[in-house]
Design a protein around this ligand. Structure first.
Ligand code: NDP
Length: 248
């Protein structure tokens, strides 16, 4: 694979597993230096050590996207190490599914704090360095649920739809600074988040997906890689669905 991202620095939130780890693998394979961030710093270190053969620099940081103080401390550490951040991939997220009538306020708060306020905290903090350099790319991972809705996912759907409004508004706000802001909306991707689906649910889901299969992390990573690349230089404020055709 060509090293198109050599000398570039990407911060990936939620990099300790799942889709975030797949994005880290893809960017590393093209020479990108990585800041791997999640609450479990050791798990991010482990992901970094698996990329040791890629001839890139990695920094693992323990960061809670829901806490602005934690994000500022981690971004400061990353800027001290790398000097700048070219790409921010807002991938960290949680789901706490329940019917609205049974939804605990604590679950509502946790989902909104992580999946929506987390995007605000990380983007606002990293943006300063991008604005100074008049260059940067922000990609946020939303969800097909933010576009279609899903019974039992009012909190998650609200957060993921919120992320789309955030993306489009910020894209307009900072386009003149040569910074693009886009969202990727995955469908059902095989990770720990979807591992808890009840027996038979996977077969039901497959019938609703035009391409007839669940996605894998690499499917999402390819879309993120595209939006970070020079080929996407004239694309901003867009939502790229990676869902096997569920939303069209
Ligand atoms: P996983 O549950 O496998 O991974 C979630 C990641 O987010 C972990 O690395 C976790 O690390 C991190 N994370 C969670 N909370 C926080 C926090 N407060 N601060 C920092 N990091 C946090 O999920 P996926 O890989 O499946 O999902 C990744 C993203 O993709 C999420 O935004 C999700 O909503 C979205 N998505 C997933 C789909 C799917 O089908 N899997 C479909 C559509 C969207 P740690 O525990 O170490 O903090």
């Amino acid at each position: 694979m060509s090293r198109v991202f050599e000398e570039r620095v990407a911060m990936i939130t939620g990099a300790s597993q799942g889709i975030g780890e797949s994005i880290a693998q893809r960017l590393a394979s093209e020479g990108c230096n990585l800041i791997l961030a999640s609450r479990r710093q050791e798990a991010c270190e482990e992901v970094g050590s698996l990329l040791a053969g890629e001839d890139i620099e990695t920094l693992a940081v323990g960061m809670d996207v829901g806490s602005l103080d934690s994000v500022v401390a981690s971004v400061d550490e990353a800027l001290e190490r790398f000097g700048h951040i070219d790409f921010l991939v807002n991938n960290a997220g949680i789901a706490r599914d329940n019917l609205l009538v049974r939804m605990d306020p604590a679950d509502w708060d946790a989902v909104l704090r992580t999946d929506l306020t987390g995007v605000y905290n990380c983007t606002k903090t990293v943006l300063r360095s991008m604005l100074r350099r008049r260059s940067g790319r922000v990609v946020t991972i939303s969800s097909v649920v933010g576009l279609l809705g899903n019974s039992g996912q009012t909190a998650y759907g609200a957060a993921k739809a919120g992320v789309l409004g955030f993306t489009k508004s910020l894209a307009r706000e900072i386009a003149s600074r040569n910074i693009t802001v886009n969202a990727v909306a995955p469908g059902y991707i095989t990770t720990e988040m979807t591992a808890g689906l009840p027996e038979g649910a996977t077969e039901n889901l497959q019938q609703k997906i035009p391409l007839g299969r669940l996605g894998v992390g690499a499917d999402v990573a390819g879309a993120v890689r595209f939006l970070l690349s020079e080929d996407a230089a004239y694309i901003t404020g867009q939502v790229l669905s990676v869902d096997g055709g569920m939303y069209m």
